[in-house]
Design a protein around this ligand. Structure first.
Ligand code: XLS
Ligand code: ZN
Length: 345
């Protein structure tokens, strides 16, 4: 691929507002409004800021009524279409859970996880999406323990995860083949060790993928996790190139190390963007976490909540929209720094 000179699509992740597209976060102030209407308002406002796609969190389920889940998203998609938003681009964010664990030592549980993940591929396709991303390989935030509940860390953890990656490889190969039939790419996300046991680093995921034949299974690189747990700018450039050569660089997220505002952050923009934009011209998604449940506890968010228009009482501090607007401005500015010299040369 020759490097592009035009701006990529910029997506916004709904984690700013909710982890479930059907319900208000628990600390809502206006419980009687239909959440779908607020979703539409958010999309319209964010489009006005220049966003042209959205990442929808697909809430995990504890039951097994996957066809009901798919139907709910079909209805949501229909509603968006009816509101004149049929062209809106959507990708999905999915989690591996303790219940649906593709890396389990128990074959039956792996099969259940495969069914669950297939249903999430179906949901993605239903929404018209082509990318399903997230920590889907090892259950998110579930840190392994011994039978006596002692935590497992460091070398022991890596040995343990090594076996679990092997368990998951055939499952992902099969999921990849299934996803190919639905025109969905699977982008597994390395996530910082503060949040989840693994994979934390691109190198670990690259090793895992060597045992998965289907190229439909690839990677999303999130700048936040890469900054916290990655191997530094030089190795990063090589890894990005390798993944692009393998046709496995499926998606990119821009998120600051503290998961907060992007326009005032320590993100190493150019070290991150330059190697990426050399080989990648897909969408770039902005991911900012607001102090809503469950992230407020999970990520220990000490900062103030960005109040959500249409949901929270306005206050003197920045709103979710203020932060989203500044985020796309900062991101476009930094992308332009990489692309502009190309346009003239
Ligand atoms: C974060 C991921 C997201 C969360 C868990 O960067 O995109 O999946 O970590 O919901
Ligand atoms: Zn992310």
């Amino acid at each position: 691929m020759s490097p592009s000179t035009s701006l990529p699509d910029i997506y916004f992740n709904f984690f700013m507002f909710t982890t479930d597209m059907f319900v208000f976060p628990m600390n809502m102030n206006t419980p009687n409004v239909d959440y779908k209407k607020l979703v539409v308002n958010h999309i319209r406002q964010l489009q006005a800021f220049g966003y042209n796609g959205f990442e929808f969190p697909i809430a995990p389920t504890f039951g097994e009524n996957f066809s009901q889940d798919i139907q709910n998203y079909q209805e949501l998609k229909q509603y968006l279409n009816d509101q004149g938003l049929s062209d809106v681009k959507i990708s999905t964010n999915v989690l591996g859970t303790r219940t649906f664990d593709p890396s389990s030592f128990y074959p039956q549980q792996r099969q259940k996880a495969l069914e669950y993940l297939k249903s999430r591929v179906d949901i993605t396709a239903t929404l018209g999406g082509e990318i399903m991303m997230g920590p889907i390989l090892i259950p998110y935030g579930v840190f392994p323990t011994t039978d006596f509940n002692d935590p497992i860390w460091s070398d022991q953890l890596q040995e343990h995860l090594g076996l679990r990656y092997q368990n998951a490889q055939p499952i992902f190969n099969e999921l990849g083949k299934y996803a190919e039939g639905k025109n969905v790419k699977l982008a597994i996300e390395p996530i910082t060790h503060w949040e989840t046991p693994g994979p934390n680093k691109l190198s670990q995921l690259i090793e895992f993928l060597q045992g998965v034949e289907s190229k439909q299974v690839g990677v999303v690189i999130d700048s936040s996790h890469e900054t916290l747990d990655g191997d530094g700018p030089e190795i990063f450039s090589e890894q990005v190139k390798h993944l692009a050569d393998e046709k496995r660089l499926h998606h990119i997220q821009i998120s600051s190390p503290d998961r907060g505002p992007l326009h005032t952050s320590w993100l190493p923009w150019q070290d991150f963007l330059k190697p990426v934009l050399e080989v990648y011209n897909g969408a770039i998604a902005i991911e900012i976490f607001n102090a809503t449940p469950p992230f407020v506890d999970l990520l220990r968010l000490s900062r103030r909540k960005f109040w959500i228009p249409g949901q929270d009482h306005p206050n003197e501090y920045p709103s979710a929209y203020d932060i989203a607007k500044k985020a796309i401005e900062a991101t476009k500015k930094e992308i332009t720094k990489v692309l502009a010299p190309r346009a003239v040369s």
